[in-house]
Write a protein that binds this ligand. Structure first.
Ligand code: OGA
Ligand code: NI
Length: 315
């Protein structure tokens, strides 16, 4: 099998631009995931984010996590746990408006650093969307516009730690799923591994790499590209030793954005075979996803296809 795709974004500026765009295209079509280096986010900012995230976890979350897992009896299970994950998380929202000031227990400096980091991730996500447009033959700005709705994109960060787990096979760090949204940018621990994606029916590790950003495609890009790019199933396996940090930022459509396949990407053949993805309002998709996250994505798309045929449907 070929290696996990690593893209050096700096090479977009030189004579290797074409080759780099090809690599991004190949990763989008065949992996649904890639890892970015030289992405322009300062390494010292990433180091500060990592240090403060780990400090915050130790100070405010670790003890609580241990107590919670003990109270649920998750440390001593004998059979696979199918309704819970071995993860400790909190969420930040940045757009359409920030809620960072309302999140409890964060020190001011950490709030400030996360705001700065999120802004840079947002810009990187937008740059990536335009690279995808270029590869897809869509006009520049198409995807950003498609996500815009009436108030701009929804953009948030899930800060997670995956503490050591006595039984990682029975309790997953995070059960297999695809991501509902648009494009996801992940700053993961550079030492403790655990993220895996499903490729050709095999679980493949997403290798930790210092100062890299892992990117993956969400369900909305699968719909807009009419399946040219697919959201790929992934999971986290907690380790028996070591706590894995992961900071995942989700650049998603605005809640009222109407999502549908880009007309330029609809091939005659797909239309004839009725292989066209559905049209829906993003927040309706999220309502369904909340109930079906850990199930296959196809029934989610099918549910909206059925409602598209309904003459009284409002979408
Ligand atoms: C997620 C996710 C992976 C990770 O939160 O959707 O897949 O490595 N996270 O934390
Ligand atoms: Ni995910």
């Amino acid at each position: 099998m070929t290696n996990f795709p690593v893209i050096n974004l700096e090479k977009l500026n030189g004579e290797e631009r074409k080759h780099t765009m090809e690599k991004i295209k190949d990763a989008c079509e065949n992996w649904g995931f890639f890892e970015l280096v030289n992405h322009g986010i300062p390494h010292d900012l990433m180091d500060t984010v990592e240090r403060m995230t780990k400090e915050h976890y130790r100070k405010c979350m670790e003890e609580r996590f241990k107590e919670l897992m003990a109270s649920k009896g998750l440390e001593a299970v004998q059979t696979e746990v199918k309704d819970m994950d071995w993860e400790s998380t909190f969420h930040l929202r940045h757009l359409p408006e920030s809620n960072i000031s309302e999140i409890p227990d964060l020190i001011d400096e950490y709030r400030k650093v996360m705001k700065d980091f999120a802004l840079r991730i947002e810009k990187l996500a937008e740059q990536l969307l335009d690279l995808l447009c270029e590869n897809l033959g869509l006009e520049k700005g198409y995807l950003k516009k498609a996500f815009y709705g009436s108030r701009g994109p929804t953009f948030g960060t899930k800060v997670a730690n995956y503490p050591p787990c006595p039984n990682p096979e029975l309790v997953k760090g995070l059960r297999p799923h695809t991501d509902a949204g648009g494009i996801i940018l992940l700053f993961q621990d550079d030492k403790v591994s655990g993220l895996q994606l499903l490729k050709d029916d095999q679980w493949v590790d997403v290798p930790p790499m210092r100062h890299s950003i892992v990117v993956n495609i969400g369900d909305q890009l699968e719909v807009i590209t009419n399946g040219k790019y697919k959201s790929v199933e992934h999971r986290v396996i907690a380790q028996t030793d070591g706590t894995r940090m992961s900071i995942a930022s989700f650049y998603n459509p605005g809640s009222d954005a109407v999502i549908y396949p880009a007309p330029e990407l609809l091939e005659k053949e797909a239309e004839e075979k009725n292989q066209v993805y559905p049209k829906f309002v993003f927040e309706d998709y999220m309502k369904l996803y909340a109930k079906l996250k850990f199930q296959a994505k196809e029934p989610r798309f099918e549910a909206f296809k059925a409602s598209n045929l309904d003459p009284i449907a409002t979408v």
